[in-house]
Write a protein that binds this ligand. Structure first.
Ligand SMILES: [Zn+2]
Length: 155
């Protein structure tokens, strides 16, 4: 399970001085970033997308920060590699196109899971004045609620 909160953009949240994942008290700052599509405008032959973004700093122990960095890098590398590999496979083994598309679908779902469901802290749905904050660790989320009782909106 995970908890989701509505956080005003200019409010500094107080965090317990311990790792969001394991609770270790030796922490270093980690960053969560998020962006949402704000507007899509069509012109004659192209379109322009504007986004709104937000970021915040939260505590992780050194070990979990390196694990999350590694997972993020791996996700980008895999995402960048999927397209070219699929195209090459389709060109050289066209008879297996259905299988290739099937495996591609599974791979993209797995990447989506890695990047969207696993992170301990995630920013969703950024708007002008607020964003949604997702905390994966329920017990930790409760402590944040207690520290920031006046700042967190219910969702
Ligand atoms: Zn940790």
């Amino acid at each position: 399970m995970a908890q989701i909160y509505k956080v005003e953009k200019n409010v500094g949240l107080k965090w317990p001085q311990k790792c969001v994942v394991c609770g270790s008290s030796e922490v270093v700052p980690a960053t969560a970033q998020g962006a949402s599509i704000d507007d899509i405008r069509w012109y004659f032959f192209f379109f322009r997308i504007t986004t709104k973004s937000a970021s915040l700093s939260y505590p992780l122990c050194k070990r979990h920060r390196s694990i999350w960095r590694a997972i993020r890098v791996l996700t980008y590398v895999l995402l960048g590699g999927v397209g070219p590999i699929v195209i090459l496979l389709l060109i050289y083994t066209p008879a297996h196109a259905a299988t290739i598309w099937g495996i591609t679908g599974v791979a993209i779902s797995a990447l989506w899971f890695l990047s969207a469901r696993l992170p301990p802290v995630r920013i969703l749905k950024v708007r002008d004045n607020y964003f949604m904050l997702r905390i994966k660790n329920d017990r930790y989320a409760l402590e944040i609620e207690q520290l920031n009782a006046d700042k967190l909106g219910a969702w």
